[in-house]
Design a protein around this ligand. Structure first.
Ligand SMILES: *Cc1c(COP(=O)(O)O)cnc(C)c1O
Length: 359
C-alpha cells in the first residue's frame, strides 16, 4: 500500500471561485492566472476546470505550448514575455499573447520574423519596481511597438505592490492613468486582492490567482468570509502512536517536551511533501491540524516524511485515522500564517510525490 498522503483537488471549488471573481468584476474579462503549475494544482486540470475563463496567464513558454497542444484555443498570456528571440518562434506558431516589460523585448520583436502580428500587453512599472517600463517611457515604448509592424492589439498593464495591504492601489492607479492617457488599448491591473477590494481597478481584464484556488489574499480576512472554497485539500493518516511520559521529547532536536502524560500521533506528511518545516510545534506556539475532523496541533519539528500531532483530546484516534493538513475545514491561510508565510507558498510547494485525487 502506498503512503496514505494525498492531495484532493475540487474542480467544483475552482469553478465556484471563478464565479466569485466574476461577481466582483462583472464587466471585466478574466485572465485566470495559472502560473507555477496553477499554484500547485496541476496546470491542465485547472485550465480544463476553468473553461469559463476568457484566457490563461502563466510564465513558461513550455507550459503555454502544452496548453495549445491539449487543444486550449483561448488567449494565453506569457506574464514575463519572452526571454530570447528564439522564443518568438513558438509564440508565433502557437498564437500566444505576450507581456512586454522592457526594451530588450521590444528589440526582439522589432527584428522577429512572424507569420502574423502578436497580441502584446505593455507592462508599466507604477511602483512595484519589479517588471515594467518606466511611466515616463510608456508613450515611447507604445509607439515603438506600434511602429514595429509586429504587433496586433496593444493592451496596457500594471501590477500592484500592496492591493492586500494598507497602502492600497490609489497611487499606482493614478500613475497608470497618467502615463497611459490617450494610449488606445484594453487595460488590466487587478490581482485577487484588487478584484475583491477595489472595483475602480477592474478595467477590461482582471487577473485573479490565489482567489481561484480558494485562499484569501488578505492577512485579516478569511477565505470563507470572502465566499471562497478551498480547491486543494492535503490529507493523510495517522501511521503510528506514541505514549509520552512527562519529560519525554518529540522529534529532531527534542524541541517539544511533554509536561504530562500524553498521546501523540505520527502523520505521514513531511516537508518533502510540501508541508512547511517552519510550522512550529511548541506548547505555546503550534500549527493546527485536523484529526478525525477535530482540531489539534503539531508537536515537535516537522521532519522529511512525518510530523507529530497531539492526540490527548482525540481519544479514539488510532493508526489509519484520517488527518487534514490544510484545505476543507482547515484553511491553508491559517497554516501558512503559523509557519510565517502565505498560502501561495504552501500551495505551490506541494511536492510531485504526493498522489492526486480529483473530487
Ligand atoms: C501572480 C500574478 C497575479 C495573480 O495574483 P494573485 O495575488 O494570486 O491574485 C496577477 N498578475 C500578475 C502579473 C501576477 O504575476
Amino acid at each position: 500500500m502506498p503512503r496514505p498522503i494525498h492531495a484532493g483537488f475540487s474542480l467544483s471549488a475552482l469553478k465556484h471561485n471563478l464565479g466569485v471573481a466574476r461577481r466582483h468584476a462583472p464587466k471585466s474579462r478574466v485572465w485566470a492566472v495559472v502560473k507555477a503549475n496553477a499554484y500547485g494544482h496541476g496546470l491542465l486540470r485547472v485550465v480544463q476546470a476553468l473553461d469559463d475563463a476568457d484566457g490563461y496567464a502563466l510564465l513558461d513558454l513550455d507550459e503555454a505550448v502544452r496548453l495549445r497542444e491539449a487543444g486550449i484555443s483561448k488567449p494565453i498570456l506569457l506574464l514575463e514575455g519572452v526571454f530570447e528571440p528564439a522564443d518568438l518562434v513558438q509564440v508565433d506558431r502557437h498564437a500566444l499573447s505576450l507581456v512586454v516589460h522592457d526594451y530588450e523585448q521590444i528589440l526582439m520583436l522589432e527584428s522577429a520574423r512572424l507569420s502574423a502580428p502578436v497580441a502584446v500587453v505593455l507592462k508599466l512599472n507604477t511602483g512595484l519596481n519589479r517588471l515594467g517600463i518606466a511611466p515616463a517611457l510608456a508613450r515611447n515604448a507604445y509607439s515603438r511597438l506600434q511602429a514595429s509592424g509586429r504587433v496586433a492589439a496593444i493592451a496596457l498593464m500594471t501590477h500592484f505592490a500592496d492591493a492586500d495591504g494598507a497602502s492600497g492601489v490609489a497611487a499606482q492607479m493614478a500613475r497608470f492613468v497618467e502615463c497611459t492617457a490617450g494610449l488606445k488599448g484594453e487595460a488590466t491591473l487587478a490581482n485577487s486582492a484588487a478584484i475583491l477590494r477595489y472595483p475602480e481597478s477592474h478595467a477590461d481584464w482582471v487577473r485573479p490567482g490565489i482567489m481561484l484556488y480558494g485562499c484569501s489574499p488578505f492577512a485579516d480576512v478569511s477565505a470563507d468570509a470572502l465566499g471562497l472554497q478551498p480547491a486543494m485539500t492535503l490529507a493523510s493518516e495517522i501511521i503510528a502512536l506514541q505514549e509520552l511520559k512527562p519529560g519525554d521529547r518529540v522529534g529532531y532536536g527534542g524541541t517539544f517536551e511533554a509536561r504530562r502524560p500524553m498521546r501523540i500521533g505520527v502523520v505521514a506528511c513531511g516537508y518533502a511533501d510540501g508541508y512547511p518545516r517552519h510550522a512550529p510545534g511548541y506548547h505555546d506556539r503550534n500549527t493546527p491540524v485536523f484529526v478525525a475532523g477535530r482540531r489539534t496541533h503539531t508537536v515537535g519539528r516537522v521532519s522529511m516524511d512525518m510530523l507529530c500531532v497531539d492526540l490527548s483530546a482525540i481519544e479514539d484516534a488510532r493508526v489509519g485515522t484520517p488527518v487534514t493538513l490544510w484545505g476543507e475545514g482547515l484553511p491553508a491561510d491559517e497554516v501558512a500564517a503559523c509557519a510565517g508565510t502565505v498560502s501561495y507558498e504552501l500551495l505551490c510547494a506541494l511536492a510531485a510525490r504526493v498522489p492526486v485525487v480529483e473530487v
